[in-house]
Each structure stands twice: as C-alpha cells, then as structure tokens.
Ligand binder design. Structure first.
Ligand code: NAP
Length: 306
C-alpha cells in the first residue's frame, strides 16, 4: 500500500520556517512582511480562503491587509486599489482572489499588480521568468507540489514526471518547475490520446484536472509518487465532501506514495504563499532571499552571452 504524504505536516513545517525568518528579520530591524488580499464579491468559498490566508499570515508574524469589496465594484475602482497597494511600502505581497465578477477582466487586474509584489506568480513577467529561467515569483500550488515531492523523494533529477492538466495556474508552471528540477516532463491534457498509457510512464504523476476520480489504478506505474491537486466539492449539507482527481482506493494499491484530499496540496498552497511574501519582502528591501528556499525557487537569470 502507498505511503500517504502528509501535506498538513509539511505545510506546518514551512509556516514555522517562515515564522522563524520573519522573527529573524525583525531582530535585525528588517521589514515586517505585509500581505494584502483583495476579494471582490461574496462567494463563500473565496471568503473562507481569504480569511484563512489572513489568519495564517498573522500567525507567522506578518501584517495582513484584507480588502473586501462588493460584487458591483467597477473595474476602475479595483485598479485604483491595486495602484495604492503597489505604492504602499508596508505591503510586500498582493493577491487578488479569483474568480472575479464577470464584468472585471482578470488579465487587466493581474497585469496591474507590481510583479515584485505578485505573490501568486500570475503576472506575465513572472510567468515569463519561470518559463525562461529568470528571477521571479512562481505560483504557489505548483511550488507546494514540488515541496511535497522533495519531502518524499529528495532529489528529483532524472525522474520522469507526468503532469495531467495544462492550466495557467497549475499544470504549465508545474511543468516548468519540474524541468528546473531536471525531471523529464510530459504534459497530458484533455486532447491527449490514451492518457492512461501516458500517465503510466511517470515515476511522478501529478493530477490537476478537476475531474473526480479520473486517475485509476491502471493509470499509475507501480511504485510511482502521485500528487493529487484536484479539489471537487461533492454532495450537500452533512454529506458534503472534497474529492480529488485520483481514485485513492485503487491508486493506493499501486503507487508508492500519494497525497490525500483534503490534507495534501491544499495546505501547502497557503504555506507557499506566505513563503513567497517573505521572499518578496526580502527582495524589496535589497536583502538576500531566505536561505531555506527549495532549489526550484532559485531562479537564476542566464543570459545567452554568458
Ligand atoms: P482548469 O483550469 O480547469 O484546467 C484543467 C486542465 O485539465 C486542463 O488543462 C484540461 O485540458 C485538463 N483536463 C480536463 N479534463 C481532462 C481529462 N479528462 N483528461 C485529461 N486532461 C483533462 O483547472 P485548474 O485550475 O488547473 O485546477 C485543476 C484542479 O485542481 C481543480 O480541481 C482545482 O480545484 C484544483 N486546484 C487545487 C488547488 C489547491 O490548492 N489544492 C489549487 C488550484 C487548483 P485542456 O487544457 O485540454 O482543456
């Protein structure tokens, strides 16, 4: 039977590391990292996420600024708030909770965030930096996946990693991070023919599709490490539950290790957001990056003429 990779424990350990670094900054008269979260509308799940991010930020000693705006907020007003946060020296990280109401163009909002404060790693400059090997901020869920893989496997060099899903927030950036770790990377998606056969090639399989139970036992190589990013809410009331993209009952008989849903990638996403905020604060104050950074976050710029 597969080993369960405990995302809650890994996330707690990362939050403790971040808290230590925040204390160390304070002891050396450094900045208090500040995270601003912007929520537009009253989607209950988004409200929970934003509240939880604020609580965790305060727990690690950061400043948390929460801006909850009505669903009718005009795009221009949201852009003005972003401009204010960009200028505010006590704010080192800005996240805008997605999805936004239909009348707001998410691209315009993401483009308006100062890339140095873009702790979600969605700004085109950060996306480009990740793809090109430059210095940037990488998205939090893929960073969490890399940390979970390293916690179980250590060095990832030479592993064949299959990423199921090619979204901008998970699949694509994760493929770039895995390449940084010197994995051989295959990306599969809804147009891939025979995805089961493709997935079965992976020493590592990451499922990020949003299709409950899509990945069955015969999609997985014996002994593979499987990361289940998917989160789908099923049922109502007392029967309400979260399920992943992996049929855990079948896959746990084949895989070497597997992340649970809930309690796997989810907690790591917020912990990595805090870590990105710490990195952003250090860089904005001309300080070296925190020393514990995972190899894939050390994004060195390589010039073609070097
Ligand atoms: P998304 O934007 O909808 O992208 C889904 C991807 O899966 C697409 O690339 C799609 O292919 C592919 N896909 C869909 N059905 C498929 C199938 N039957 N076979 C192969 N590929 C298929 O979703 P997302 O934002 O990446 O999120 C994916 C899942 O992760 C969701 O359940 C989401 O809730 C969860 N998630 C969790 C966290 C966390 O913190 N744990 C964070 C983000 C997302 P095409 O490109 O061809 O359409």
């Amino acid at each position: 039977m597969a080993i369960w990779i405990d995302g809650k424990a890994q996330a707690r350990a990362l939050r403790e590391t971040v808290a230590d670094e925040v204390r160390r900054l304070g002891a050396h008269q450094g900045p208090v990292p500040g995270l601003a979260a912007v929520l537009v509308g009253d989607d209950p799940a988004s409200q929970v996420y934003v509240r939880r991010k604020g609580e965790h930020a305060r727990e690690v000693g950061m400043r948390s600024f929460e801006h909850c705006l009505p669903a009718s907020t005009p795009q221009g007003e949201l852009l003005s708030l972003i401009a204010t946060l960009n200028r505010d020296p006590s704010v080192h990280g800005i996240l805008v909770q997605l999805p936004l109401p239909a009348h707001i163009d998410p691209e315009a909002i993401i483009d308006a965030i100062d890339p140095a404060k873009d702790v979600d790693g969605f700004h085109p400059l950060n996306v480009g930096a990740l793809a090109a090997g430059g210095e940037g901020l990488a998205p939090c869920t893929p960073l969490g996946c890399i940390r979970l893989l390293q916690s179980h496997l250590g060095e990832l060099t030479g592993k064949h990693a299959v990423v199921l899903g090619r979204s901008r927030i998970v699949g694509r950036p994760l493929a770039s991070l895995l390449l940084r770790e010197d994995c051989t990377v295959t990306v599969a998606h809804s147009k891939t023919s025979n995805p089961a056969k493709v997935c079965r090639q992976g020493d590592i399989l990451v499922a990020a599709v949003g299709q409950p139970g899509l990945v069955q036992g015969d999609w997985v190589k014996a002994g593979a490490t499987v990361i289940d990013v998917g989160i789908t809410r099923l049922g109502d009331g007392d029967s309400r539950r979260l399920v992943g993209d992996v049929d855990a009952a079948c896959v746990s008989r084949v895989a070497g290790a597997l992340t649970p849903v809930p309690g796997g990638v989810g907690p790591m996403t917020i912990a990595c957001l805090l870590h990105n905020t710490l990195i952003a604060a250090c860089r904005q104050h001309g300080l070296p990056d925190p020393h514990d950074r995972a190899p894939s976050e050390r994004l060195h710029l390589t010039h073609p003429h070097e």
